[in-house]
Ligand binder design. Structure first.
Ligand code: AR6
Length: 176
């Protein structure tokens, strides 16, 4: 599904975050040490190659809610923006921390004149965030950021399967 809000194109689709041709930046659901892990971080590091880990090393560790930017190495993008999401119901104020991930990623994207960006649903895998709640936090954060976005014109949320896409589309339809 695709919607345009205040000139910002928002899309939801099934795919692999590590294979997003046509987007300036992709977002990594990282760990504090910016190392390859499972899920999104594993897919991004294995597609980007060892140069990404080298570039990440001096930037780590990062705190929950923070975002850092690197080159994309062998990924078909210009940048990777790495965010550390909260662990659901373990980290304090996890909703606020999760919102900070999206806001900080979008701020970095603006600073680097990123026009298009692909997000996974941060914290909704290993970190245990209920998917629908994670989507609602993401969309609310994005909505709050819209007035500050001048370079970013296109945002896509990428999920792995149909059932998650259905939830995303449902929430996107309610988004205004
Ligand atoms: N493309 C798009 N979405 C994906 C992909 C992919 N290739 N792989 C998984 N997802 P997760 P987190 C979905 O666990 O919860 C890591 O190992 C997945 O179904 O990658 O923030 C790190 O090292 C889920 O909906 O990130 C950290 O330690 C969402 O992306 C920790 O896990 C996020 O899942 C981060 O946990």
């Amino acid at each position: 599904m695709k919607r345009t809000l205040s000139g910002l194109i928002m899309e939801c689709k099934i795919g692999n975050i590590a294979a997003q041709n046509g987007f300036d930046a992709v977002v990594n659901a990282a760990n504090a040490w910016l190392r390859p892990g499972g899920g999104v971080a594993g897919a991004i590091h294995s597609a980007a190659g060892p140069g990404l880990l080298e570039e990440c090393r001096p930037l780590a560790p990062i705190k929950p809610g923070e975002a850092v930017i690197t080159g994309a190495h062998h990924l078909p993008n210009k940048f990777v923006i790495h965010c550390l999401g909260p662990v659901y119901e373990k980290d304090e104020f996890s909703g606020k921390v999760l919102a900070n991930c999206y806001c900080n990623a979008l701020k970095l994207a603006e600073e680097h004149k990123v026009k298009s960006i692909a997000f996974p649903l941060i914290s909704t895998g290993v970190f245990g965030y209920p998917f629908k709640e994670g989507v609602q936090v993401a969309f609310t954060a994005l909505k709050e950021m819209i007035p500050q976005l001048t370079f970013v014109r296109r945002v896509v949320f990428v999920v792995r399967d149909k059932s998650k896409l259905a939830v995303l589309n449902q929430e996107l339809a309610r988004f205004h």
